[in-house]
Design a protein around this ligand. Structure first.
Ligand code: NAG
Length: 269
């Protein structure tokens, strides 16, 4: 099976915490398509560096899930005709391209905008298994801080952004997530072929981000910002604790420290 045990677990975990409402959105730099395989729906994920299981039309700009990993990288022509139909019901005449970014490529605009919008609304952004070196996406989680949200980094090695985070945990992401699932009481299911749109028996899955979807998220963001502003003006006595918060009071936990803590609860709090 394509799915590596560790990563596979992580992805299934994402699916579960989203279904259960703990997590709202996933921004992925991975191009391995594991989010797809978990059955995560399009509305919950941005793939900012592309994905080896998606293809995009050069004409109508719709995206589709591929049953096999695409044969090219760097947004090259796959010589596959677009599956889409235009307004008149005629077959789109476009050709599908792979979606995997090369170094000189700009990040896909819609994926990036959705990442920005969601991170700006987030109470908490969790960065898992990334050294946060690739710009501009490494700065996206820190949008949360503009609205008093927090940022947690979990990575085995130090990252460039450790100083900016509220909590840094240097350990294996899978260990951390497994412990977290235990605390939340979430059972992790097995991989489900039926939910996997790359499964050969699955019908062709539309993986496009439509303008209407984007507009909806923009509106939700506007509403959230408005209601936050209202709440702020309603608070006559500001919370002294939040006022004295310094950006450098982050706590860095080394693996040795973590293993000493019997209960991961201590870290989460
Ligand atoms: C945003 O707020 C307006 C006015 O309160 C409301 O009508 C609309 O449904 C909200 N939109 C979303 C997407 O929540």
């Amino acid at each position: 099976m394509l799915i590596k045990e560790g990563h596979y677990l992580l992805i299934i975990i994402f699916l579960y915490i989203i279904v259960l409402g703990y997590a709202k959105y996933v921004v992925s730099q991975n191009i391995d398509g594991l989010h797809l395989k978990s059955g995560l729906l399009r509305q919950y994920v941005s793939e900012v560096h592309g994905n080896m299981f998606t293809m995009k039309c050069n004409k109508c700009k719709r995206s589709y899930v591929s049953k096999t990993a695409v044969k090219t990288v760097g947004q090259r022509c796959l010589n596959i005709k677009c599956f889409g139909k235009n307004k008149n019901g005629h077959q789109c005449r476009g050709i599908l391209y792979d979606t995997i970014l090369d170094w000189e490529h700009q990040l896909p605009i819609e994926e990036l905008e959705l990442s920005e919008l969601h991170s700006k609304m987030a109470d908490l952004c969790i960065c898992l298994g990334t050294s946060l070196q690739i710009q501009p996406i490494n700065l996206v989680p820190f949008n949360a801080k503009k609205n008093k949200g927090k940022v947690v980094i979990c990575n085995l090695q130090k990252t460039n952004c450790d100083r900016k985070a509220d909590l840094v945990i240097h350990t294996y992401v899978d260990d951390l997530m497994m412990s977290l699932m235990k605390i939340l009481g979430v059972d992790i299911d097995k991989y489900d072929e039926i939910k996997d749109p790359t499964n050969i028996n699955h019908e062709i899955t539309d993986w496009s981000i439509y303008e209407t979807d984007l507009k909806k998220v923009r509106e939700i963001k506007r509403n959230t910002t408005k209601s936050k502003k209202r709440k702020k003006s309603e608070t006559k006595f500001p919370n002294p604790e939040s006022e004295t918060e310094s950006p450098h009071t982050n706590q860095i936990l080394k693996p040795s420290k973590i293993s000493k803590l019997n209960n991961i609860d201590n870290i989460i709090k």
